[in-house]
Design a protein. Structure first.
Length: 272
């Protein structure tokens, strides 16, 4: 079932692409400007080529900020996928910064780290808002953890606090933060609908170890991923951040369910 040769070749590809990327991205960050954002997206696109993933995009990808992308979370592979599509930065839990190798890569991508402790919440929220004021697009997984890829965990409404007030752009004009719900579905394997039993090979949760999971995921076959960009919204359309959070969770859950059942054509029909 798992081809060790394919797995090794793909992992070697990941390593080579990353080693080539590091000095270039470091230089672009030192120079300044926004070229590093385009290069970061290019890096993830090369990573997708190395993995052999096939991504099917549904809906419109956000191209300008300030935008907060909120998505379900199955695995670290979600970062590969969304990073290859969106010109933006990720919001991640603070302990990722200390992970060997991965922490360094996330820092090169200018990931915003958030501390889950209450004492760090105000500082982290300010950091996120600063990035949004710069017109950036930030990618957030509001479940707060990954799961088996078959359902969506409750979204943490506290993570939506950054969109409660407009941000002031460089031109001094207040701008409403756009919230973009996204569904990621690991829906196919080797051209066929993915069976539920195979999804844990790609979803990373519980006590799974990173090295074993990556080896298995890379050697299993050719993965098809459906990424659904739902209609964007904003806090202005809701009474508070909790109702906004509940709406986004519901939209993302529906998109996931339709993608996994092969019924994405029905996504536009609210009666379904």
């Amino acid at each position: 079932m798992i081809n060790p040769v394919v797995s090794v070749l793909r992992i070697i590809g990941l390593v080579i692409v990353t080693l080539v990327m590091i000095p270039i991205q470091s230089t672009l960050l030192a120079i300044g400007g926004r070229w590093w954002l385009d290069f970061a997206r290019g890096y993830w696109r090369w990573i997708i080529k190395a993995t052999g993933f096939r991504i099917r995009v549904h809906g419109a990808i956000p191209e300008s900020g300030p935008t907060l992308v909120v998505s379900n979370h199955c695995s670290y592979l979600d970062v590969f996928i969304l990073g290859s599509l969106i010109r933006g930065c990720f919001v991640s839990k603070s302990d990722v910064a200390g992970w060997p190798g991965i922490g360094f890569i996330t820092k090169l991508g200018r990931t915003v780290y958030i501390d889950r402790s209450r004492s760090g919440s105000d500082k982290e929220r300010d950091t996120v808002r600063e990035r949004l004021e710069q017109g950036q697009t930030l990618i957030l997984f509001p479940e707060g953890t990954s799961n088996d890829g078959n359902h969506v965990l409750p979204f943490k409404s506290t993570l939506f606090a950054v969109v409660e007030k407009p941000v002031i752009g460089a031109d001094g004009i207040p701008k409403t933060i756009i919230v973009q719900p996204v569904s990621i579905a690991y829906s196919g394997l080797d051209g066929l609908p993915m069976q539920r039993a195979f999804r844990p090979f790609y979803a990373w949760y519980g006590e799974m170890t990173l090295v074993d999971h990556l080896f298995n995921a890379m050697g299993l076959g050719n993965l098809t991923v459906d990424v659904v960009f739902h209609p964007p919204t904003s806090i202005q359309e809701f009474s508070n951040r909790k109702t906004l959070s509940t709406h986004c969770q519901s939209v993302v859950q529906r998109g996931l369910a339709l993608a996994l059942s092969g019924r994405l054509s029905m996504l536009s029909d609210p009666r379904d």
